[in-house]
Design a protein. Structure first.
Length: 145
């Protein structure tokens, strides 16, 4: 019996490649979300630092400058929050593509497993038939003597 050959192996290989590509794209999108989150954390940290320094300052000019800086930080925060919302939508889209690619691979892998199982059963049946023929031929040869 010839060795097992899965006729859809090239399709499976292509789908596995597409899955890896989708996983890479999902990773990039997730990294972008993390990058934006780090920027938001930095803004929060800067706000805390300025607030603590503000207690030690006196004078209207210092107070005004701090308030202007807070406005600047709030504007930056809003920009990053908008970017975050867009980036999270991209992550969800990429996650859907990855899940679909994973499903496509799993379908073909299950089909391959079933075909391999069927091939092994057929191989075992063929080996059993060959053994029976061998035993039968030896038995018939003994009767001829």
């Amino acid at each position: 019996m010839k060795k097992f050959e899965f006729k859809l192996q090239k399709v499976l290989d292509l789908r596995e490649f597409e899955k890896k590509q989708a996983q890479i794209e999902l990773g990039k999108a997730t990294a972008r979300v993390n990058e934006i989150q780090e920027k938001l954390n930095a803004i929060a940290s800067q706000r805390i630092n300025v607030s603590s320094q503000m207690k030690d300052l006196s004078g209207f000019d210092n107070y005004y400058n701090c308030q202007q800086y807070f406005i600047f930080l709030d504007n930056k925060k809003e920009e990053f929050l908008q970017e975050m919302a867009k980036a999270e939508l991209v992550v969800e889209e990429k996650r859907k593509v990855f899940m679909e690619a994973s499903t496509n691979v799993k379908v073909l892998e299950k089909l391959k497993e079933k075909k391999l199982s069927d091939w092994r059963k057929e191989k075992a049946r063929e080996e059993d038939r060959e053994m029976e023929e061998l035993i039968s031929s030896k038995y018939l040869n003994k009767e001829d003597l």
